[in-house]
Design a protein around this ligand. Structure first.
Ligand code: TUI
Length: 315
């Protein structure tokens, strides 16, 4: 069975985290992943602190296993949700799109295990010094807010730089990605795009259909001009956004306004013209809607077989 130090550290069976997908990852999905032996994660992005409190309480009704909360640090609610995770006794917090340094002392004090998502060696080192339990090293193949480095280059560099466990993310949707991540030095994976089409994922069916249909070259990164690139499926919306990004007559404020509400429109309304359908580059490999527990098990069983068979390459 595929096991690593992160399993014991967090009390999970399989070293698989579900990505904290904004507007998508709720208590139902997180509990399904945790019940399947992975680490389910609720995204705190969706709404204010009281919405999150309700979701945490709901997840506790649905599972006895550990689950986490992802805090998007650019969210206007970040300060509030940082307190709610402590008040509600959440066991694991992951963070994204920034440096969670200002919250670390309070979380550590409350025994919350903190696993920041990093896109660089520098932030990984800083997080280790600040007392992080582990880091997620997320490559630019991921959906949503992305950094510059690929998973292939980021993961081994982070692994060489820190002593704490490293979880690989970005471009992982099957056992091959899991096995490769372990070979790069990671001791776990975070998977987003594949869980997006999990049976228990309540995202709009149009969203699932788009991911299931997507091919290898169907994602695009927009938003570089605003300093926060975001990967999504190519749609009319993303193509028009890209055009405006290169149009000097469009102001940054106008661009910013164009993006407001687009994640919600995609995830909740399935709005094909105004929605922004975040997904990773591995979407082309995601072709089947399945229960979350099956996804967790299949990822690890495939990886176990590949890792066991890897000696065939060595004579
Ligand atoms: O955060 C994510 N993925 C996300 S967040 C999100 S919601 C959203 N984001 C941006 C605009 C509009 C909506 C959708 N997907 N992944 C984790 C991640 N963190 N990827 C990259 C980073 C990152 C990048 C720079 C972390 C830290 C950083 O710099 C930190 C610093 O200040 O040094």
């Amino acid at each position: 069975m595929l096991q690593s130090p992160i399993c014991e550290k967090l009390g999970i069976t399989y070293p698989v985290f579900q990505g904290g997908m904004a507007w998508i990852a709720d208590a139902n999905l997180a509990a399904a992943v945790s019940n399947g032996g992975g680490l389910g994660i609720i995204s705190a992005m969706n709404a204010n602190a009281e919405w999150l409190r309700g979701q945490i309480r709901h997840a506790k009704e649905l599972t006895d296993r550990p689950f986490g909360v992802n805090i998007m640090l650019m969210s206007p609610f970040a300060d509030d949700v940082a307190k709610v995770v402590v008040e509600e006794g959440v066991q694991v917090v992951t963070t994204g799109a920034g440096n969670p340094g200002k919250y670390m002392a309070a979380w550590k004090e409350a025994n919350v295990k903190v696993v920041p998502v990093v896109a660089s060696v520098g932030l990984a080192r800083m997080m280790e010094r600040a007392g992080a339990t582990a880091v997620v090293a997320e490559g630019t193949e991921s959906g949503g807010h992305i950094g510059e480095l690929t998973t292939m280059t980021l993961v081994p560099q982070v692994c060489s730089a820190v002593q704490i466990p490293v979880i690989a993310a970005g471009g992982i949707a099957d056992g091959r990605g899991v096995a490769a991540s372990f070979m790069l030095g990671a001791c776990g994976v975070q998977v987003g795009t594949r869980f997006l089409v999990a049976k228990e994922c309540g995202v709009h069916q149009n969203y699932k259909d788009k991911v299931l249909k997507a091919k290898d070259i169907d994602t695009i990164a927009t938003g570089r001009r605003l300093g926060h690139p975001v990967r999504s499926l190519k749609t009319r919306f993303s193509r028009e956004y890209m055009k405006k990004e290169y149009d000097p007559s469009v102001t940054s404020e106008e661009l910013e306004a164009l993006g407001v509400g687009a994640l919600r429109k995609a995830a909740v309304d399935g709005n094909e013209t105004e929605g922004c359908f975040l997904a990773g580059q591995i979407a082309g490999l995601v072709n089947k809607e399945e229960p979350a527990a099956d996804i967790v098990r299949e990822l690890c069983e495939e990886a176990e077989m590949l890792l066991k068979g890897a000696s065939k390459w060595v004579k």
